[in-house]
Design a protein around this ligand. Structure first.
Ligand SMILES: [Zn+2]
Length: 320
């Protein structure tokens, strides 16, 4: 007999990151799947096995891993389920799961070039030496099947795949229309707005993705889906998506207005804007703060409020 609904069980694992705990979800339908795989630490593994055991399962029972995106706190334990024959997610996860050398070099080079062109002084570029540090907590593996917008989740046929790029170029969420359940990864969180992170284009010839624009588009897309309950990667499970999405959009536009105001006073590089927006965090979190700044600049540019010129290889933005 087919169950009317797959059951969703939240399991909470620690991470070594400031974000705190991460949730993975056990999805029990025709297949027993784990949505996301925590971070690769002993503490996370212990927490996972303990919580599985409390509900009568062992890691060996997991048949499939479904990934929301490639960040280390979501793919960490991916290789530790011997019976999981299938690992599914967006195709861009493989660049990280397989540690594609060419891509990782391209990734590092992209940041070096882009940050220099954004006016980041040399003394900050030491951050680039730390780019591969997160890989310490990431799992290694390979997708067995690729998911994309509109696909049905294998083994869970009332769930559909919703592409939600922005926070990551591999980001997918999963939606069940019958009751409005939404496995959100880091796309929708109750307590914080996810960082739309800068990433290089997957192939060198393409233009870079504009993560804040993608995030906005996908927020608006989610507003019309009929989401009732959000099962996020971090923080509480929540329901008030109709109220939350407009708040996220409004906060982003307020920050964009602040940036526009700065540019009305004088033309500036992305780094100069970033220093003013995030004086306290820029030193420790150059990548996050620059991603946010560049996102706001992309937004203002797409709305026709500002223009970018290139002077001696450096990006200068000015208000129109
Ligand atoms: Zn993430």
């Amino acid at each position: 007999m087919k169950l009317l609904h797959d059951t969703i069980t939240k399991l909470t694992l620690p991470t070594p990151y400031p974000v705190g705990d991460v949730h993975v979800y056990l999805l029990k339908g025709d297949t027993l799947s784990l949505v996301d795989a925590g971070v690769k630490t002993e503490a996370a593994w212990d927490a996972l096995t303990y919580q599985l055991k409390q509900i009568g399962y062992y890691p060996n029972d997991i048949e499939q891993i479904i990934l929301t995106h490639h960040h280390p706190d979501h793919i960490g334990l991916v290789g530790q389920f011997p019976r999981a024959q299938s690992i599914v997610g967006h195709k861009n996860n493989d660049l990280w799961l397989k540690r594609n050398e060419t891509f990782l070099m391209h990734y590092e080079q992209f940041f070096k070039n882009y940050f220099m062109a954004s006016g980041v002084p040399n003394r900050y570029l030491r951050f680039l030496d730390k780019l591969d540090k997160p890989l310490r907590y990431a799992g290694v593996g390979e997708l067995t099947a690729i998911l994309d917008e509109g696909d049905v989740l294998p083994g869970h046929d009332d769930w559909h795949v919703i592409e939600t790029k922005g926070h990551a170029q591999s980001h997918l969420s999963f939606f069940r229309e019958t009751d409005g359940a939404f496995l959100a990864g880091d796309h929708l969180l109750k307590h914080i707005s996810p960082n739309p992170l800068l990433e290089p284009p997957v192939d060198k010839q393409s233009d870079r993705p504009k993560p804040l624009l993608q995030y906005r588009t996908n927020l608006l897309k989610c507003q019309s889906l009929g989401i009732r309950t959000v099962y996020p990667g971090h923080g509480e499970i929540f329901t008030n998506v109709d109220e939350l999405i407009p708040v996220r959009i409004e906060k982003q536009e307020q920050r964009a207005a602040k940036v526009l105001h700065m540019l009305t006073e004088k033309e500036q590089t992305p780094f100069e804007i970033c220093e003013k927006l995030f004086p306290k965090h820029i030193d420790d979190e150059l990548d996050l703060t620059m991603s946010e700044t560049i996102g706001q600049l992309d937004f203002l540019e797409s709305e026709g409020h500002i223009v970018k010129t290139i002077d001696n290889g450096i990006f200068i933005y000015q208000a129109k």
